[in-house]
Write a protein that binds this ligand. Structure first.
Ligand SMILES: Nc1ncnc2c1ncn2[C@@H]1O[C@H](COP(=O)(O)OP(=O)(O)OP(=O)(O)O)[C@@H](O)[C@H]1O
Length: 459
């Protein structure tokens, strides 16, 4: 019979008890650790993936008040409140054992034990430990998924030749386990395509977890990606799995990979090579089974040449590179996007009669679309909202291109804060040639906050 994968720690000062418990359990479970001194608990819990602790109530000869057992029970639960602790106790101490259960122990075993009862108790403890572990991962996965639930548009639009080539590549590579690097300007649909790859992959029934490395502050990178142990830093109030663990049997999409700080690039490389992650502050290595997708709008090859991005990491993540062309290089797709978003927003805002005036349509077809698909989507939404009549007019779209102006102090003659905010945002985007992450960083905003302002100012 194959052994069940589980690590059980037994602590008792009686070597005979340890030996007979070990002999019994090792037939059933993969790892049995025995110790005669409870002081070793601290170290063991932080380096071994322990599922169940079996703890004696008394450690000094002649003492049978169970105080030590209670002390160590509290201690284990303060390190990990979800740890399954089973107490071993003699006949006279049943009341004490019941008290221990009230304080958080899972169950107790009476010494001398019946093998059958002993195994049944361990089995039940292990089942609970497994479901606790699953629940904690599910809670975090759920949290991450809820953030993504607003993803509104599931279809892939684009019949142009360059888009069809992209789709052909996706059909070929999605079912494999190759790492894919998606390249493209802001708003070209990198995340949208990453979701499509997930849908067409073997992991399609697992979660799709998106991490925007452009919006994470530097001190959060490690904990977000790899998870942390309670107490490993000031705000680590409880154990938390990282995104790698949350994406188990699914896809992990690391967006804006160019924003990963240089010191963490080597750590990520090791994780990708070993296919194991360790939570911050914990020595346990957890294997993961996750499809990895990456995206960036940064010129990574150039950054490698400049020493800003590790070449070995780039080689690891770009087994296949897919470049999504900007909208201006596939103008044939504009009409389809316009029709799609027009219909979508007509129905959302209950304006089913609306059409686009021919002048306005001409303008949409010839616009440069620096913000790509995201810009076309927001423009159509604005047009539908602003239009009063039967037709959306050029002015309803309020399509402006970001003016390329040289900074002069006269811009600040107008001291209206909103106007100045708009000017600063324009300047930051101009300076960083449309790179939203860098502009947001310079402005001291998250990317999401910058996007909100772009919308607010119709930029
Ligand atoms: N081919 C497409 N078909 C339908 N919708 C699309 C397509 N490409 C992009 N979109 C939509 O455009 C918006 C922007 O796309 P997405 O967020 O994937 O771009 P991105 O390249 O990841 O942007 P950023 O670089 O700013 O993170 C999304 O709402 C997405 O659904």
């Amino acid at each position: 019979m194959a052994k069940t994968q589980a690590t059980i720690l037994i602590i008792d000062d009686d070597e005979d008890v340890l030996l007979s418990a070990k002999l019994l359990l090792k037939k059933q479970y993969t790892t049995i650790i025995t110790r005669n001194n409870p002081k070793e608990i601290n170290q063991l819990i932080s380096i071994e993936p322990i599922d169940v602790v079996i703890l004696d109530m008394n450690y000094r000869i002649g003492f049978n008040d169970g105080k030590e057992g209670m002390y160590w029970l509290n201690h284990v639960l303060s390190i990990n409140p979800k740890m399954i602790v089973i107490l071993m106790t003699a006949y006279g101490e049943v009341e004490l054992a019941v008290d221990a259960i009230k304080k958080g122990a899972f169950d107790f075993i009476l010494k001398p034990w019946s093998n059958e009862k002993f195994l049944a108790t361990i089995h039940a403890g292990l089942e609970l430990s497994k479901s606790n572990h699953k629940i904690s991962i599910l809670e975090s996965t759920n949290e991450a998924l809820e953030k993504n639930i607003n993803q509104k548009f599931g279809v892939i639009i684009g019949k142009s030749k360059p888009m069809q080539q992209v789709m052909n590549t996706i059909a070929k590579v999605s079912p494999t386990d190759a790492s894919i690097l998606i390249l493209g300007e802001n708003g070209t649909g990198k995340q949208h395509l990453a979701r499509e790859i997930h849908k067409q992959s073997e992991q399609k029934n697992g979660p799709f977890i998106h991490v925007d490395l452009g919006s994470l502050s530097e001190n959060l990178f490690e904990s977000e990606l790899f998870g942390h142990k309670k107490g490993s830093f000031t705000d680590a109030h409880e154990d938390k799995p990282g995104r790698f663990e949350m994406a188990e049997n699914g896809t992990l999409f690391l967006d804006e990979i160019g924003n990963l700080p240089f010191n963490l690039q080597s750590k990520l490389l090791t994780v990708l090579q070993d296919r194991k992650v360790s939570r911050l502050g914990e020595g346990i290595e957890r294997p993961f089974n996750t499809r990895l997708l990456f995206a960036t709008n940064a010129p990574l090859n150039q950054w490698v040449a400049e020493g800003k991005f590790r070449q070995d990491l780039l080689f690891r993540i770009n087994t296949v590179e897919i470049e999504i062309p900007p909208l201006r290089k596939r103008p044939e797709d504009i009409d389809e996007f316009v029709i799609y978003y027009l219909n979508f927003f007509k129905s959302k805002y209950h304006k089913s009669h609306l059409k686009i005036d021919s002048e306005a349509m001409k303008m949409l077809r010839t616009h440069h679309w620096p913000g790509n698909v995201r810009e076309i989507q927001h423009t159509l939404e604005r047009g539908v909202i602003m239009s009063d009549g039967q037709e959306i007019k050029t002015s309803d779209f309020n399509l402006t291109t970001i003016p390329v102006t040289k900074s002069t102090s006269s811009e600040f003659d107008d001291l209206n804060l909103q106007n100045i905010e708009k000017i600063l945002i324009q300047k930051a985007i101009e300076k960083h040639e449309g790179n939203i992450s860098k502009a947001a960083k310079e402005l001291g905003l998250t990317r999401a906050a910058l996007y909100r302002r772009l919308e607010k100012f119709n930029l």
